[in-house]
Design a binder for this molecule. Structure first.
Ligand code: FES
Ligand code: FE2
Length: 467
């Protein structure tokens, strides 16, 4: 049964073959195989033709495997071959195409996209290696030498402010033998010395010293600086991109709503929490983008904002979002629902009665209340696990108030977050069934936009992934 679950058709075919005697007659319609016994793609030994096994070894391997007469042994071989059968697609094209339909006809993503390591690897290679990933705030780099070491798409990165005040991002990798340069998460440093052979780099990435390398006449320090990657900022947030050919962040954000009035650059982070969630990063993003579940799961949130309220949701090439209206008598999102501090200077009348939620792909989520801003950053760990970094921001003028206390909003969102992570983990568990997914509710318009973007990003490479 376990084999069936992994690989239906191919496994059934293989088991049919396995019911034949070890030296049975050739199966219909194939050419001679490596083991010289069967004419199917798989020999009696279970060798796949794609295995580059030399002829002599093939013969001896076949003899060994033929000697394994118990069915249990054969089933093990069948399982291995079924799992490695490169002709079985992970997804049916029809189920991927169904996601691309207009929302009223579309179906949700198939469960496998939340489970398969091959999909996760492809996402790293495409979405996260070519997209703009938020790694911090400008305020995290307060002085020359301030640095953060982070990871994007599995790559260790170093973001550091140089002595010239320039913020730069590099691969956190020594240019000698490729050791990871620093494991410190953050700090202030004038230089970075590799702990292997002591090559030392400045905060601008230039190689400053390489012991004994002057014994090589052709060695030039200037040619071996840290490998840089694009870095850009928006609203005081620092974004990096692993693709040196990438379009500028502003171009990637083309059409993103203008949030200038919120003065994001001048906001100050007052609190942050990191959550480890046993769910795929896409499940977390999807959950953020709909409030269809709010009445049932978030009574505290639903008391303050009506899940059916707000203006029209909108989508762009790299984002989706929409507002939700505060209910009559409430002025912000918090445990009391009452704003204790001044609203953000510059917001308009509509903003005073709403909370805006936006998702900048792939994994930057920002919510704007009248008096504060909440950011969620999703960091994929593996196909079934993610880290969610949640940060609270207030205007620096509010933070400077003597009685400033953000606990009402922190408590409110910590509760809401934890309610959400429970839902996400439920979806992750359910994905294991790989049942045909269902339709979207109109309130899930933004979820559909994101899923559609996801399928388009991976394109044919997703459709042609094989087991
Ligand atoms: S690997 Fe860094 S100095 Fe040798
Ligand atoms: Fe929620």
């Amino acid at each position: 049964m376990e084999i069936e679950a992994h690989n239906g058709v191919a496994t059934r075919q293989l088991l049919r073959k396995l019911r034949m005697p070890a030296h049975g007659r050739p199966l219909r319609g194939g050419a001679a195989t490596w083991c010289g016994r069967w004419s199917s793609r798989l020999g009696t030994c279970g060798h796949d033709r794609s295995w580059p096994v030399p002829r002599r070894q093939r013969a001896s391997r076949c003899r060994v495997i033929r000697a394994q007469t118990s069915r249990a042994r054969w089933v093990n071989v069948a399982k291995y071959v079924a799992m490695s059968d490169e002709h079985v697609p992970l997804f049916r094209r029809a189920e991927l195409e169904a996601v691309l339909q207009p929302v009223e006809l579309a179906r949700n993503l198939p469960g496998g996209v939340y489970l398969e390591p091959a999909v996760f690897a492809l996402e790293r290679e495409t979405i996260f290696s070519t997209g703009w990933n938020c790694v911090g705030r400008v305020e995290d780099f307060g002085q020359a030498g301030s640095f953060l070491s982070v990871e994007v798409a599995g790559c260790p990165l170093l973001v550091v402010r140089g002595a010239d005040d320039e913020l730069r991002a590099f691969h956190n990798v020594c240019r000698h033998r490729g050791a990871c340069l620093t494991h410190e998460e953050s700090g202030v440093a004038r230089s970075f010395r590799c702990n292997y052979h002591a090559w030392t780099y400045g905060a601008d990435g230039q190689l400053m010293a390489a012991p004994l390398m002057d014994e090589r006449a052709d060695f030039d320090l200037a040619e071996h600086g840290l490998a840089s990657i694009p870095l850009d900022t928006w609203g005081g947030f620092v974004f990096v991109n692993l693709d040196n050919e990438t379009a500028a962040l502003a171009e990637a954000m083309n059409g993103f709503p203008d949030l200038e009035r919120y003065g994001l650059e001048s906001l100050r982070r007052v609190h942050s929490v990191t959550y480890d969630v046993a769910a795929n990063w896409k499940v977390l993003c999807e959950n953020y983008s709909e409030c269809y579940h709010c009445a049932l799961v978030h009574p505290q949130l639903n008391r303050v904002t009506d899940y059916r309220s707000g203006g029209e949701s909108f989508i762009g090439d790299s984002f989706n979002g929409g507002p939700m209206a505060l209910k009559e008598g409430y002025t912000t999102l918090s445990t009391s629902g009452q704003r204790r501090y001044p609203e953000i200077e510059g917001i308009n009348d509509a903003d005073r009665k709403q909370v805006h939620y936006l998702h900048l792909y792939p994994s930057f989520l920002i919510g704007l209340a009248p008096d504060y801003v909440l950011v969620h950053r999703v960091q994929p760990i593996d196909a079934g696990h993610s880290r969610m970094l949640c940060e609270w921001f207030y205007p620096h003028t509010t933070v400077a108030l003597e009685d400033f206390d953000a606990s009402e909003t922190i408590e409110f969102w910590d509760l809401t977050n934890r309610q959400d992570w429970g839902l996400c983990e439920m979806v992750q568990e359910g994905a294991e069934s790989r049942l045909t997914p269902g339709p979207y509710h109109p309130l899930e318009f933004c979820v559909h936009a994101f899923d559609r973007w996801f399928v388009e990003q991976l394109g044919d490479r997703l459709a042609t992934l094989r087991r």
